[in-house]
Structures are given as C-alpha cells and as structure tokens.
Design a protein around this ligand. Sequence first.
Ligand SMILES: Nc1ncnc2c1ncn2[C@@H]1O[C@H](COP(=O)(O)OP(=O)(O)OP(=O)(O)O)[C@@H](O)[C@H]1O
Ligand SMILES: [Mg+2]
Length: 336
Amino acid sequence: MRYGKTSLAANALERLKRRNVFTAYLDFYDVTTLEQFAAHYARAIARACETKTEAVIHFIRDLIPSLRPNVTINPEGEVSITVEAAPKKSEFSLVLKDVLEIPQKVAEKKKRRFAVVFDEFQEVRTVGGETLEKMMRAVFQRQKDVGYLFAGSKRHLMSDMVLNKNKPFYKMGKVVFLGKIPLKDLRDFIAIKFEVSGKNIKAEALDDILRLSCAIPYHTFHLCHEIWNDCAGGQIIGAGAVAPALENIIVSLSPIYLSSWDALTLAQRHLLQAIAISGGMDLFSKDFINTHCLGSASSVQKSVKLLINKEVLEKENGNCQFADIWFGEWVKKRAV
Ligand SMILES: Nc1ncnc2c1ncn2[C@@H]1O[C@H](COP(=O)(O)OP(=O)(O)OP(=O)(O)O)[C@@H](O)[C@H]1O
Ligand SMILES: [Mg+2]
C-alpha cells in the first residue's frame, strides 16, 4: 500500500545524516541478481562515506578488491560509478559477506553510526533466495553500530518473512505496519498546497478527495494533481471538480486495468465486482455471499486468497480492499 514508506524512510535518513550518521539506501526493485545486489549495495555504502568520485572508487577498491568500480560520464557530463561483481562464482558468497560487513567496519573505524534502508525488501527472495536472507540475518545480528530498516510494500510477503518461525528474519526486530496519515493533517496539507499555488479548494472538494482516495497518500496526491491540472485558470475549486478528475484518471489507466481484468477467472471477476460495490466487509458472511450470488464461503475464500497473492486485493484491518483503489473504482463503474 502506498502509504508513504519510501518518503518516510528518505526523511528519516535525511535527519540522521544531519546528526552525523552515515546513511545508505537500496531499493530491491533495482536489482535482479546477487551480483547486482553486491555491486549496488557496495556503491551505496561507498557514497555514504565519501562524496568525491575518486574517493568512492578508492573506498570500493580498498574494502572489496574483488569488485571493480568503473566511472562513466553521460552526455550531460554527469559522473556515475558502476560496480562489477566478482569474477568467480565459487568466491562470490565471500564477497557478498564482505560487502554486508562493511557498514559495521566503517562505523567502528570512523566512530560514527550507520543507518541502512532496504526498500521493497520482500524482493530479497527473488534476488537471492533464502541464502541471502540467511546471510543477512547472520551478519546483521552481530553489528552493534548499524541500524537497519527493512521496508516492503507486499504485506503478505513481509508478514511471512518476519512472523513465520521458520524464516530467517523471524523476530529480527520491531515490526511496524505503517498506518495512514491522520485525516486532518492530510487535509490541511492539501489545502495549503492549493493555497500556495493560488487556488482556494472548498471543504466539500477536500472531503470527496479524501473519501475517494481512501486517504492513501499516493492516490490522494494523484487525484489532487489531476484536479489542479484540470482547473487551469480557475481560482476556486468546488466539489464538482473531483468526479471529472477521477474519471480522467480511470480512463487513462483503463488499458492497464483491462489487461489485469483479462487475466482473472470469471469467479474472481465476480467477487471483485461484489467487493467494489459493497466495500469489502464480511466477505464470508451468508448475507454477502447470497446478495452477490457467490456460491459457497469456501470458494470465496479460495478466490480471496488467490487475489491477495496476485496483489489485486489487500487485507486491511480485517477488511479486503483493492490494492490499487483506482482499479476498484474502474471495476465498480463497469459493474453498476
Ligand atoms: N507525509 C507525507 N506528506 C505528503 N505527501 C506524502 C507523504 N508521504 C508520502 N507522500 C506522497 O505520497 C506518495 C506515495 O509515497 P511513497 O512513494 O513514499 O509511498 P510508498 O509507501 O513507498 O509506496 P510504494 O508502496 O509504491 O512503494 C508520493 O507521491 C509522496 O510524495
Ligand atoms: Mg516505496
């Protein structure tokens, strides 16, 4: 769910940096192999400790000789450093372990603490299987001066990683399910943003935005952006501006949603329509099943499970809701 994990983590890292803590960030969506992980992570650590390109290169060469840093300059003149991973497969796990050990080594040497954020951490399994997960756990639990944040957006996978006794990250640290930004704060924030750009947004419009976007920051700001774009020269934004903006969003995303829809079974589509219309509460109750002619509770259960695994649905406080609420709106529009 797009509640703002990445923004929150970036903000926390920025604050820690100001307090003289080394900070590194790695998004697991950016890496597809273990070698790439080692290279990206080594670069992120090196950049945390050194600012000059030359120094970054020396840092990598000194600490992990088996990684080869290269400097490239793009046509705009920007310098970037790429890192190639170890040549020999047999030695690779040692290299990987070395890379994971560096933040603690640096922290001890420089007498400064280190903070690391791994974003979209559920992908660690796709990238490195349980080997990487196990190695990380073994190395990290011995490090005294490094703090880690493992953020992920696939709740069912993240939950399995930290709540399942048989998994390496079981009870590794504090588990936090990020909640929504308090409604009033989000509302005030939007009103101020419109105001500073010379627009007066009415209370009813704000209510509609928050209700339709379920106060999920990504969706809330997507809708705000569309409203702002549509209102062009207008200074006052009333409730009438919200529905057309949402319609624009849904129309523009329709090709993507059509192909998602195409990939679902009839039973799954039928269930999604029922959830879109009803809001997704008490899915296994007789009332819900009979009203929407869904067959039996066990078949609904099976579809729900599959749709959660496909990341079409998400469980939120016991309710089932669309992971992408605009998709929910799209389904609703076609169902009624
Ligand atoms: N505290 C906040 N105040 C204002 N806007 C925010 C805040 N947090 C997040 N946003 C906005 O909400 C949107 C989603 O935030 P972000 O990408 O951080 O979420 P996420 O949880 O990492 O999403 P994903 O699950 O896609 O990785 C972004 O457009 C971001 O600018
Ligand atoms: Mg994110």
